[in-house]
Structures are given as C-alpha cells and as structure tokens.
Design a protein. Structure first.
Length: 250
C-alpha cells in the first residue's frame, strides 16, 4: 500500500497567461489542475507511463471548482492535490491553490474513471491501479451529482464553436478544459469583462472525438448563475453551471 500525502508544486503566472485585470484565464487554471493531477499520478505509479503500458486512460466525469480569489500574475502560488476517495470504478481527487501568504484562493474536487482506450469501456479502478492510501482531508465537501438540464428551445441563446486540433488530447478525445472555455466564451465579451467567475460545476456526459467538427453551446441565465449545455447533433456532451459575481461586488 502506497502512503499518500498532499502533492504540491509552486508556480508564478506570467502576464500572457492572464486576461483583463491581470486575472488568470480560466483555461490556464483548469489546465494546471489537470496537470498537477497527472504529475501526482505519475509519482504514485498510475500516470502516463502506466496508462500507455496498459492501454487505459483517466477520464474526468465531474468537477466542482470554488474560486475564492482568481490567481493573478506575478504572485507565487502553491498548487496542491491528493486522492481523497475511491470506489470500484470511480476515484476522487481534491485540489487547493494558495497564495504566497498561504491564503486559500481556489479549492476543488473531481471524480475520475478509467477507460480502455480501444473499447472506450470503463475499467475497474481497484483492479487496474496500484493500491494506495487515500488522504482523508477534503478540500471541498461537495456532491458530484448529475446536472439536470433545461429543455432547449429556439428562445435559448447559443453559440457555435469549431473543434480544433489543439482541443484533442493524448487519449484521442477533446480535453476537458475546452468545454469550460466554450461555456464561458458563449456569454460574450461584455458579460465576461464585467463579471468574475466564482464557481464551476461540470458534468461530462459523452466524449467528443477528433472527428467532431463543431459544437453548439446553449445557455440560459438565472440571476448570477449561467447554465450551459454543450451539444453535438442533438446529443449532450457536457453540462456546466457557472456562478458569477458582478465586478466591484466581490
């Protein structure tokens, strides 16, 4: 049994990784959460090399991300992750991002499954990976539940995005960070420049393959919450709930 503790890296963001106001781009944040998860999986013995040798891959099913304060450029951040629970076919992983003074800026929890790369079927995590102790602490005690979607009508706003080669990852499907970008970008510059993202709840439902040419991002607003549905050919691939704060009311 492999003993587990928090795995932490230090990172200082550059100006080009941020947007208006010097705040980190959402893609950068999601990329780094995914990146540190992979680094830690490598250390524990079931990361990239293990997946290649066993023809399997980790796939994300759910995310809850609580953004207390979006990182900005120039400050050294501490990004931590650890496995916080596991079942027969699902594994939980939690995250924290802290500022140079130790203040908590971002906390998140996620749920992962392992798939057979050729068949795209689920593989039992317990029998596939090396045994490891779970770190009992939770960064965020949140339910990773299915998001109930609204019924799409012609009245709902939507935006179409191309699926680019740059969206495809090593598992031959669209990387999870692209969905978050599509959801936020569908709201447009005026909204995004006047609001700050506070929480993300993401439910991945059906993978997008390299053959997908474009997606449609539908959304509806309810107060400070935006509900997004990412679809191809009438099938829902991902559902996202975003909570926003008007700038100046943080």
């Amino acid at each position: 049994m492999t003993a587990v503790s928090k795995f932490t890296i230090k990172k200082t963001y550059c100006d080009y990784q941020t947007g208006p106001g010097g705040k980190l781009r959402i893609r950068m944040l999601m990329d780094d959460l995914q990146g540190i998860a992979q680094l830690h999986a490598d250390v524990l013995g079931f990361g990239s090399e293990f997946c290649r040798e066993n023809n399997v891959g980790w796939a994300l099913t759910n995310y809850v991300v609580d953004i207390i304060e979006m990182p900005t450029f120039g400050e050294e951040m501490s990004i931590s992750t650890w496995p916080s629970g596991a079942g027969a076919i699902r594994a939980l992983r939690d995250y924290e991002v802290r500022g140079s003074d130790g203040r908590l800026m971002v906390r998140a929890t996620s749920q992962w499954v392992m798939i057979d790369i050729k068949t795209r079927r689920l593989v039992k995590v317990a029998s596939a990976v090396l045994a490891y102790d779970e770190f009992p602490e939770r960064a965020l005690d949140a339910e990773l539940e299915k998001i109930d979607d609204f019924e799409i009508t012609d009245a709902h706003a939507s935006k179409t995005f191309p699926v680019l080669f740059d969206d495809i990852d090593s598992n031959s499907h669209v990387n999870n960070t692209s969905y978050t970008v599509w959801a936020s970008e569908s709201l447009g510059y005026e909204f995004l420049s006047s609001h700050t993202l506070r929480e993300l709840k993401i439910n991945f439902k059906k993978e997008l393959t390299p053959q997908t040419e474009s997606i449609v991002a539908y959304y509806k607003m309810s107060g400070t919450e935006s509900h997004h549905i990412i679809q191809t050919d009438g099938q829902t691939n991902c559902s996202i709930l975003c909570t926003w704060t008007p700038n100046g009311q943080e």
